[in-house]
Design a protein around this ligand. Structure first.
Ligand SMILES: Cc1cc2nc3c(=O)[nH]c(=O)nc-3n(C[C@H](O)[C@H](O)[C@H](O)COP(=O)(O)OP(=O)(O)OC[C@H]3O[C@@H](n4cnc5c(N)ncnc54)[C@H](O)[C@@H]3O)c2cc1C
Ligand code: SF4
Length: 509
């Protein structure tokens, strides 16, 4: 029988992906390729490229050991066609194949490459998720607005996680109000396990250094897990050491504490090294054994079967143009501070520094520091989207775009969130210790020392008054503004303009 090609992409390094499950070991040829196109269409963080190439090489070796024929192309292979589409054609000619089995990619860009490809490509839905496209469409059908909380309850019922019969464990679906503690002095979390590079990873690091060393981000030290055993150790560590406090300090930010009690597992889950539902089972088991409180286990499970599944549903439902949306008409260029230019803003320097070193920042840093600043400053959401896609080791468009374009920049006009996530410096002062060592004063509202978030917050709300003043969750904020002394309001707006002019001119801020 003519062999078929079985395409396995870098974020599909799991024996459970649909294309492998549908393939025939005795007939088909697995195709895996390290291609330049995928590494540079945005300048991905060197750690992210290294993680994927190392995980791919190890996965290919495992498949071969299990009896698969694997056609693996290394980046420096002289015959490398440079793109996924090109590699499929080259390999098809090599083995005489005319058909390809593929698991649906997580980006419309690649889905279109496969759909328009000269070979016959069978794209199978990625079933590593709890909710299929059809189920999400059924759930969304006829709803005026898609809200994560309602979707999450469906997923709780469907999965059975933390259920007591047909009622939620503890009598509540959501314990989020318990998960907003500010950090007490000296708060520190466990350091996630680090893995010394083996020979496979070392070879990848040398290659990535030579080819992509100029991308934003530190390649070394590189300590990521690159195979399922190591990723499992990272999960074990999280469940034993961080989960118990995950809920309480989920929104906290502390200087010098890169991870606090976060899982630091998203890069592994999204690549296929860890099963997200297995992580949820482990969190539930820890709660049932009395090793983690309910607000921690529920909070963690909600992030995975709630948010993670919800944003995926939104991405595929909203279609290929989603990442280009710009509902607020923002058009400012992404300022150099995002690429590491010096800044006096402690919160921004902390969030961008961990991003550069680790290809990671935790959720509140992404949402309420770098995301909040970009939204308040009116930065083009497409620039913001490309930045997040490039700099985080866990970023693939299906998960990154709804979080950035939707949740963080409100550029989808309210599909993911019902109101924009904006705040003045007050929120950051409450949830972090950053303001204590900042050159700006968080309590200062005007003048050269005023916290930029304080100025930009009101400027943003004023610019978008027509859109947000009628939102019942924001009306009170506009009342506060209207009660403010008129001269003070003028000063705030004029100082915000001056700050934005300096940002545009590339001056240090
Ligand atoms: C602007 C912005 C961009 C983001 N881009 C990405 C991205 O490219 N890839 C990505 O995986 N997450 C993204 N997120 C969501 C979230 O910030 C990360 O999943 C989380 O920080 C990963 O770190 P962790 O493993 O320590 O997560 P934890 O905080 O410990 O959470 C546990 C797990 O829940 C899941 N999760 C939590 N929040 C979300 C969410 N909002 N959406 C989807 N899954 C979630 C992840 O799998 C994560 O590993 C983004 C959030 C924002 C605000
Ligand atoms: S004072 Fe303002 S700029 Fe400085 S850390 Fe606090 S919120 Fe950030």
């Amino acid at each position: 029988m003519t062999p078929r090609l079985v395409l396995v992409l870098g974020d599909q390094v799991s024996v459970h992906v649909a294309a492998l499950k549908a393939a025939d070991k005795s007939r088909d040829v697995v195709v895996m390729a390290e291609v330049a196109d995928e590494a540079v269409y945005v300048p991905h963080h060197p750690k992210k490229i290294a993680l994927l190439f190392a995980a791919m090489r190890k996965f290919a070796a495992r498949l071969e050991a299990e009896g698969w024929r694997v056609a693996y192309t290394r980046l420096d292979d002289p015959d490398n066609a440079g793109s996924i589409g090109g590699e499929l054609l080259r390999r098809a000619q090599g083995v005489g194949a005319t058909e390809v089995l593929a698991t649906e990619p997580g980006e419309w860009r690649l889905i279109e490459v496969l759909r328009d490809h000269p070979l016959k490509v069978h794209v199978l839905e990625d079933d590593r998720f709890l909710c299929s496209h059809a189920e999400f469409a059924d759930w969304a059908e006829g709803r005026k607005a898609l809200r994560m909380e309602h979707f999450y309850r469906e997923m709780r019922r469907k999965s059975g996680f933390l259920m007591d019969g047909n009622q939620p464990e503890g009598g509540q679906w959501n314990f989020d109000h318990d998960n907003r503690k500010g950090p007490p002095k000296g708060l520190s979390g466990p350091v996630p396990p680090r893995f010394d590079p083996d020979a496979v990873t070392d070879a990848v690091l040398t290659l990535v250094e030579a080819r992509f060393g100029h991308h934003f981000g530190d390649l070394r030290p590189f300590r990521f897990a690159t195979d399922p055993d190591q990723a499992q150790q990272a999960l074990d560590h999280f469940i034993a050491h961080a989960l118990p406090s995950f809920g309480d300090y989920q929104d906290a930010m502390v200087r010098g504490q890169d991870f606090l009690f976060h899982a630091v597992l998203s890069a592994y889950i999204n690549a296929g090294l860890l099963d997200p539902l297995d992580a949820c089972r482990r969190a539930e088991a820890a709660y049932r054994a009395g090793d983690a409180p309910l607000n921690a286990a529920e909070g963690f499970i909600r992030q995975i079967i709630g948010w993670r599944e919800f944003v995926r549903g939104v991405y595929f439902r909203e279609g290929p143009g989603y990442a280009a949306r710009n509902a607020l008409g923002h058009d400012r260029k992404l300022p150099p501070v995002y690429w590491g230019a010096e800044t006096k803003m402690r919160c921004m320097s902390e969030a961008i520094d961990v991003t550069r070193r680790e290809g990671y920042a935790h959720h509140i840093q992404r949402l309420m520091v770098t995301g909040n600043f970009a939204l308040l400053a009116g930065i083009d959401p497409h620039d913001v989207h490309e930045w997040y896609l490039a700099v985080y080791a866990d970023a693939y468009e299906w998960v990154e775009a709804p979080n950035t374009v939707g949740m963080s920049q409100f550029a989808d006009g309210g599909v993911v969130g019902s109101k924009p996530y904006v705040s003045s410096g007050n929120y950051l002062a409450k949830m972090s210790d950053y303001c204590k060592s900042c050159a700006y004063g968080v309590k200062v509202k005007t003048g050269p020392d005023a916290c930029p978030f304080n100025l930009l917050y009101w400027d943003f709300l004023t610019r978008h008054r027509d859109r947000f003043a009628r939102n019942p969750r924001m009306a009170q904020i506009y009342r506060t503004w209207d009660r403010m002394d008129a001269a003070k309001r003028d000063t705030i707006l004029s100082e915000a303009r001056t700050f934005l002019d300096r940002l545009d001119a590339g001056d240090p801020v």
